[in-house]
Design a protein around this ligand. Sequence first.
Ligand SMILES: Cc1cc2nc3c(=O)[nH]c(=O)nc-3n(C[C@H](O)[C@H](O)[C@H](O)COP(=O)(O)OP(=O)(O)OC[C@H]3O[C@@H](n4cnc5c(N)ncnc54)[C@H](O)[C@@H]3O)c2cc1C
Ligand code: SF4
Length: 473
Amino acid sequence: MGKVTGFKEYKRMAPGKRPVEERVKDYKEITISLPGDMLKEQGARCMDCGTPFCNWGCPLGNLIPDFNHMVYKDQWERAYKRLSLTNPFPEFTGRICPAPCEGSCTLGVNRDPVTIEQMEYSIIERAYKEGWVKPEPPKVRTGKKVAVIGSGPSGLGVAVRLNSYGHIVTVFEKDDEVGGLMRYGIPDFKLEKRVVERRVAVMKEEGINFITGCEIGRDKAASELLKEFDAVVLAGGCALPRDLKVEGRELKGFHFAMEYLTQQNRRNASKPVTVDEIDAKDKVVIVIGGGDTGSDCIGTARRQGAKEVIQYEIMPKPPVERNDTMPWPEYPMTLKTSTSHEEGCVREWLVNTKKVEGYKGVVKALHGVRVYWEKDDSGRMVMKEVEGSEFVQKADLILLAMGFLGPKKEGMLEELKVNFDGRGNVVTDENYMTNVKGLFATGDMKTGQSLVVRALSEGLKTAEAVDKYLMSR
Ligand SMILES: Cc1cc2nc3c(=O)[nH]c(=O)nc-3n(C[C@H](O)[C@H](O)[C@H](O)COP(=O)(O)OP(=O)(O)OC[C@H]3O[C@@H](n4cnc5c(N)ncnc54)[C@H](O)[C@@H]3O)c2cc1C
Ligand code: SF4
């Protein structure tokens, strides 16, 4: 364990953040990890409590008390090796995971939890710096060929694990770069793209083939892949955005969040934006939707020089502290204030959009109404409008961040004739295989919109299932 009395002696120290006034001038990462000696103290806070609930809280099952102890003992290379046993990409999760592990940390019962995510970040960054992260190609190749469609965290997870078992893996990606939402969705200020490129370079040296700019179902038939490869894995994400069918939806300046975020990620990478440019400079921006995607729009609009940013959420404001509906060690669904929120925005809950007003075809104002939720006779929560609470808010740009409705069906999925569940996601059996033999599905394409850590965990489990199938185990 860390230090027997560590949790009493040392307070939790979260990673530092660049000052708001400095960071909104660029798109570089915001967080600054603590120096090594302070991290040792943070490792010392781990009680090695016997039943590590943190390990249960982490979808990857990371061996958290082990690496906390090793950091406390200054055994960084050992800590890196222990972390790598369960997590092939700690540089992603160490930056953007909402850290459900910390919500389950036993210290969290009556103190602040161990700063596990920061520990992960620091271990992997130290490992890169010291040259411990080396390509590890398999010693023997099985001769079995696997195609992975999609290069987000789930596809990369499948690829890295199957390659390590000696299978020949080719990843097909429709975008011009590898990384999925980590590349063109999540902004650089949360995850700089050099971090993704650094890992992909290692994976290439390990022998994984990447083919970008190739949309399966359009540029290449999915049925061809089924003939050419011994197994095919669908890891195409969940890209259909939930729309808001209100009057004024056709107006200029009313966009899906992903249209907006992708453009800025392309600009940051000095890549051309070939569609109509969306820019928040000097504009009143309204973000509809209170999740991660909405928050990323706020941070991006701030950096573009928006005059004002307002976020509307239809659900009630979450509680600040845990309550009886979310007891420890469950993940606390409490109010989250992201770094983007800190950069300045008005947040309002229990607001519904009635219509959007335009002037000469361009967004001019949002017409909203306050709402509340109550149970109907069947016990279902239903939304009701607060009488007389209608309001009009001036707007120049409105961004829709209301979640996603499963994967796109036209093209690849229609061609493959896979089955879908009631939410529009691809159905598999318990071995991740779809209704088509040798065709597997994983990540958000199977579960619906999720988290990087969950998509990665799914990808690793799918790789195990594919390996069993290929090797008739
Ligand atoms: C704006 C935004 C911010 C987010 N922020 C966070 C966060 O901070 N922390 C967190 O944990 N999670 C976050 N998430 C969620 C997280 O990014 C996803 O859950 C995760 O990326 C899903 O991984 P995936 O591999 O299943 O799919 P994706 O990352 O969506 O990758 C799928 C890939 O498949 C490709 N593809 C699709 N169809 C085809 C085809 N026919 N041929 C070839 N390629 C194809 C796509 O181009 C894409 O690159 C965020 C999501 C969004 C939208
Ligand atoms: S991957 Fe996420 S949940 Fe798992 S240990 Fe890291 S921060 Fe915690």
